[in-house]
Design a protein around this ligand. Structure first.
Ligand code: GAR
Length: 215
């Protein structure tokens, strides 16, 4: 099987990255992880990726100076590694419109809220403050506007009495780990596509990935 080459962008812990790497060990997985790029040289995820034998690239956004310089360096690294799809996994830098346009329909992100609610950071705090009864995560195509690209799939959890941001995050994260590899696999298989800023599923199984509900 000719596996699609995926580049993963991270900034920190790398637990979603690890779940994407783990899923790629399965024979039925249609993607392989070609490289992991971090804008923080000290990201814990870089070490995890190295330990898994994956090519890692640190591109320090501070020394690169501008958003444009970071995005140019990331683009070159992705091309050098023959990457076909990009998965952002806890990547915390805003990208330039140029970079996003170069990867349109090929770049996805996981965000810890049910978009379009609670874009940006501190999503669990915002959800609790808003008093929502369900919360979760969203996998979406990346567009120039932050956390606003077409939504592919969502994982849902109940908000429980007594939840704080940590307990809520701890219930959302395993759903992220379950959902993201499935969506990436279907994207790499060509069963999920972006068409005119809308998501198309080529079959029912791919469409059924769009909701993952936990208790
Ligand atoms: C995850 O919860 C991910 O959804 C979130 O950061 C965390 C990274 O954890 N991403 C964003 O907030 C992107 N805007 P991880 O490094 O362990 O995967």
């Amino acid at each position: 099987m000719n596996r699609k080459r995926v580049g993963i962008l991270i900034s920190g812990r790398g637990s979603n990255m690890a779940s994407l790497i783990e899923a790629a060990r399965s024979e039925s997985c249609v993607y392989e992880v070609a490289c992991v790029i971090s804008n923080r040289p000290d990201a814990r995820g870089l070490q995890l990726a190295k330990n898994a034998g994956i090519n890692t690239i640190a591109l320090d956004h501070k020394s690169l100076g501008t958003r444009e310089a970071l995005d140019e360096a990331m683009h070159e690294a992705l091309l050098a590694n023959k990457v076909e799809f990009v998965a952002c996994a806890g990547f915390m830098r805003i990208m330039t419109a140029d970079f996003v346009a170069r990867w349109e329909g090929k770049i996805i992100n996981i965000h810890p809220s049910l978009l379009p609610l609670f874009k940006g950071v501190d999503t669990h705090e915002h959800a609790l403050r808003a008093g929502v009864r369900v919360h979760g995560c969203s996998v979406h195509f990346v567009s120039a506007e932050l956390d606003a690209g077409a939504i592919i799939a969502q994982g849902v959890v109940k908000v429980l009495p007594g939840d704080d941001a940590d307990t809520l995050a701890a219930r959302v994260l395993p759903i992220e780990h379950k959902l993201y590899p499935k969506v990436l696999n279907a994207l790499a298989e060509g069963r999920i596509r972006l068409n005119d800023n809308l998501v198309e599923f080529t079959d029912d199984d791919a469409a059924n990935l769009s909701l993952l509900a936990a208790g």
